[in-house]
Design a protein around this ligand. Structure first.
Ligand code: FAD
Length: 336
């Protein structure tokens, strides 16, 4: 496996004479990225999770983009950090990360989000570049992440760094221990594990098809609409989206939703009409007013660091949030 030398150095390392045991609850993109960062920094890391890898993370498209997530200052910092890492990972095909050019467009004259304007190759589109019915759009290059491939890559990185993984349901972070530090990356599970009623699901569905030859992504700026339109090529396959139904957390596939996704995508990209359907993916985006990366204490005295509530942008924020958890998980003395 090609190593990410530059990345490992960037996290710094802990004093190994104080090597502490950290248990991470959750094996979605938040849990696995956090576990990799902690293990590569020298901590003894054990992951406990019911799903390995997390189903919602598997369902993501996924495109780097801090969509509809707060708090802005932190989100800017976390997503920038992740962008650096994803750019580095894109050099290795085994990671599932590709730097891809494409267009985000809208049917109303929407201004581009601020983060898009800072990306390489950013430029407003000419009218002729837009599909029929679209009035504004912009082009940029961004990391696309093939999630099944990428999550397997994270599991291999964790293994290489000495981390271990255990499949188990827990009813509290402490139950996952013993540990000096417990890290709660349980996605929607945090509603129970952190007793957080402010956390709610946004159900999302994707259809995966054989790639009829697409090399560029397309995404419609649809704001908070429940019906999305996007497609992300990942080599042999294309992930077509999507849906975003607030308050719904069920993971059963919706046939009507799938048919709508296929029709919307084929209207914009006729090559997708009749593409062979390979798979349906459904997840529940764990959403709250603001992403929670915060340190608290469990009843028995162990430190608990929460890292959940990433909503529509958990992949985008993953490396930045993991780096912040590392700061909390290190021994106090080492942080002085
Ligand atoms: C359709 C769709 C498209 C998306 N597109 C993008 C995108 O393009 N870009 C982007 O950045 N983000 C995207 N997202 C959002 C992103 O997928 C999520 O924010 C992210 O996956 C959340 O990761 P997580 O690790 O917190 O949760 P999960 O992946 O849900 O992982 C949670 C983990 O915790 C474990 N767990 C929970 N409770 C317990 C318990 N009690 N005991 C033991 N284990 C437990 C689970 O088993 C699982 O392993 C998309 C999401 C969806 C659904």
């Amino acid at each position: 496996m090609r190593r990410r030398a530059g990345i490992r150095r960037a996290w710094g390392a802990v004093d190994v004479t104080q090597r502490r045991r950290v248990v991470v609850v959750g094996a979605g993109v938040a849990g696995l990225t956090t576990a990799v960062v902690l293990a590569e920094a020298g901590l003894a890391v054990h992951v406990v999770a019911e799903q390995i890898p997390g189903v919602t993370s598997l369902a993501a498209g996924a495109m780097w983009g801090p969509y509809l997530v707060e708090p802005k200052a932190k989100v800017d910092e976390w997503s920038r950090r992740s962008l650096e890492v994803f750019r580095d990972l894109a050099g290795d095909p085994a990671t599932g990360v590709r730097l891809t050019s494409g267009v985000e467009a809208s049917r109303t004259a929407e201004a581009p989000p601020e983060w898009a304007t800072t990306l390489p190759d950013y430029r407003p589109c000419e009218a002729a570049e837009l599909p029929p019915g679209f009035t504004a759009g912009y082009r940029f290059t961004v990391p696309l992440i093939d999630m099944p491939v990428y999550l397997r890559y994270l599991l291999r990185l964790l293994d290489a760094a000495g981390g271990t993984v255990e499949q188990r349901h827990v009813t509290s972070p402490a139950e996952a221990g013993p540990a000096d530090v417990l890290v709660n990356c349980s996605g929607m599970g945090a509603r129970e594990l952190a007793r957080d009623p402010g956390l709610g699901p946004i159900r999302g569905q994707h259809v995966v098809v054989g790639n009829p030859g697409l090399t560029e992504f397309f995404s419609e700026g649809t704001g908070t609409s429940p019906e999305l339109l996007c497609f992300y090529p990942h080599g042999e396959t294309v992930v077509l989206g999507g849906t975003a139904v607030e308050g719904e957390g069920g993971l059963a596939r919706g046939d009507e939703a799938a048919a709508g996704i296929l029709a919307r995508c084929a209207e914009v990209e006729p090559r997708l009409a009749g593409a062979r359907v390979l798979e349906h993916r459904v997840g529940a985006r764990p959403t709250r007013a603001a992403v929670r990366v915060e340190e608290t204490w469990a009843a028995g005295g162990a430190r608990v660091v929460h890292n959940y509530g990433h909503g529509r942008a958990g992949v985008t924020l993953s490396w930045g949030c993991a780096g912040e958890v590392l700061g909390s998980a290190q021994p106090r003395r080492a942080r002085l």
